[in-house]
Ligand binder design. Structure first.
Ligand code: NAD
Length: 469
């Protein structure tokens, strides 16, 4: 029943359809009514989404607190504030984004109208991840609505409370046929993936990313993959280490290290390693006190499976600071690892937890070589007073995004594309990039049925005389 347009399921077929099939069929049917397209509808839906964020703040905060132990302020800062900014921007700019863009003409089309008109793709599947369960799932939805699409929303099952709140609240505020929420885990997601979509927007790990692409290929559906990986952080000797380490500690330990663009590991010269440890430790104390476990701003690991995964990474490395943990509470203290070898367990996969390994390099050349030996990361951080160092890192490596002398904040700049490259993902979003990503850029050439004489050259017979050769 997943054909685009055309064949509608009979009543008997409809009864046999799974919950996922029904949601997709309903979204398709609603899209085909054309009601998602007028700009007024899109703006109205976006404003309703904004209203949901304001009116239902408490439910969202409580759910995320239960799932991730995030404080109310943490949820506002990292989950909802950015969404409000994105909605405001889309509402303000939508007319401009959606307007046809006239383009340059050639000799043959001088008297015609030639333009690019962004138009909706159709029904988009949004699959969210658990680490920022609200922001990561709703942010692509803003783009989908703004671009005039229908969207089936599949929040991560790992954050059960947030998924439930999303399932309960979204239909109360936005068109529930056009934007249905389908909850569930792997089985339900796989059932969704068997359906035909016009775009799939997936956030999560690369292994599942490959499965998404495989499923999408069956219907030739384009995908956006927002993945992760090991984001390196190079600290140059010529650097204010107090400020650098404070910013790195914030980037690393926010959300207990469970951030796709968290600095994964530090590369620096051995001569500054001890000072880096000292400064990161100082910042941790300033942010989370001497007892992070009882600090409301320090989160927990999402579940025991991830707790065990992260703890296993500690086996062959030397702990310089931290290491305390409590499995029953999914607590792992902010931890720094020193003299880490590239072969260490902690360096074999994305950490996605509060461990900060420091690896020694002889200088910038070796750091660049090291970074280039790995997969292209989602983010790349460099700390230095010297713009030559920053420029060399920029010019001699590749990554989804580059940030000098800070961590994470490039995510919040809606005028920058956010997304990976190579193994860290494909496609990008935020601000207008979300709108473009989920639109088809339709090339339009509008001629008049006049001035037929101008076309005589192109019609056979192609005689040399007619062509003037
Ligand atoms: P997750 O476990 O929540 O999985 C993500 C989604 O994939 C879920 O909705 C889940 O239902 C679905 N899924 C899981 N297994 C599946 C399967 N076999 N078939 C079909 N669907 C399946 O999240 P995760 O993958 O643990 O998320 C963490 C990863 O996501 C990290 O690598 C992180 O870096 C990355 N991430 C990237 C971004 C970004 O914007 N680039 C943002 C957040 C997280």
């Amino acid at each position: 029943f997943s054909l685009r347009g055309g064949r509608k399921p009979t009543e008997a077929q409809h009864c046999r359809m799974s919950r996922e099939q029904k949601a997709v069929a309903r979204a398709r049917k609603a899209f085909e009514t054309g009601r998602s397209k007028p700009l007024e509808h899109r703006i109205h839906q976006l404003k309703n989404l904004q209203r949901l964020l304001t009116e239902r703040k408490k439910e969202i905060v409580d759910a995320i607190k239960k799932d991730l132990g995030k404080s109310e302020e943490g949820t506002q800062l990292y989950e909802t504030l950015g969404l409000e900014g994105e909605i405001n921007m889309a509402v303000k700019k939508l007319k401009e984004w959606a307007a046809p863009r006239p383009v340059e003409k050639n000799l043959m089309t001088l008297s015609d109208t030639v333009y690019i008109r962004p138009e909706p793709l159709g029904v988009v599947l949004i699959i969210g991840a658990w680490n920022y369960p609200w922001a990561i799932t709703i942010q692509p939805l803003i783009g989908a609505i703004a671009a005039g699409n229908a969207a089936v929303i599949k929040p991560s099952e790992v954050c059960v409370h947030t998924a439930k709140v999303m399932e309960d609240l979204l239909p109360l505020y936005i068109d529930k046929e056009l934007y249905p929420v389908v909850t569930g885990g792997v089985t339900e997601t796989q059932e969704l993936l068997r359906q035909r979509f016009d775009h799939i927007f997936y956030t999560g790990n690369g292994m599942v990313g490959k499965l998404i692409m495989e499923a999408a290929a069956k219907h030739l559906t384009p995908v956006t993959l927002e993945l992760g990986g090991k984001s390196p952080c190079y600290i140059d000797k010529n650097c204010d280490l107090t400020i650098a380490c404070r910013r790195i500690a914030w980037g690393k330990y926010t959300n207990c290290g469970q951030t796709c663009i968290a600095p994964d590991y530090i590369l620096c010269e051995p001569s500054i390693q001890n000072q880096v440890i000292e400064e990161v430790q100082k910042a941790v104390k300033e942010f989370y006190t001497d007892d992070p476990k009882s600090c409301p701003d320090y989160c927990r690991i999402i579940n025991q499976r991830h707790f065990k995964r992260i703890m296993a990474m500690l086996e062959d490395s030397t702990i310089a600071v931290g290491g305390d943990n409590d499995e029953s509470d999914c607590y792992i203290a902010p931890t720094i690892l020193k003299d880490v070898k590239p072969e260490a367990k902690v360096m074999q996969e994305e950490i996605f937890g509060p461990l900060l390994p420091i690896l020694s390099v002889s200088g910038l050349d070796e750091a660049i070589k090291f970074i280039n030996r790995g997969e292209k990361p989602l983010a790349l951080y460099v700390f230095s007073h010297d713009s030559k160092v920053i420029n060399r890192v920029r010019d001699e490596t590749s990554s989804g995004g580059l940030l000098a002398n800070d961590c994470l904040v490039h995510y919040s700049v809606s005028s920058l594309p956010f997304g990976g490259v190579g193994n860290s993902g494909m496609g990008c979003y935020h601000g207008k990039f979300s709108f473009d990503q989920l639109s088809h850029q339709r090339g339009c050439l509008i001629k008049q049925l006049k001035m037929e004489g101008m076309n005589s050259m192109r019609y056979p017979p192609h005689t040399a005389k007619k062509l003037g050769w």
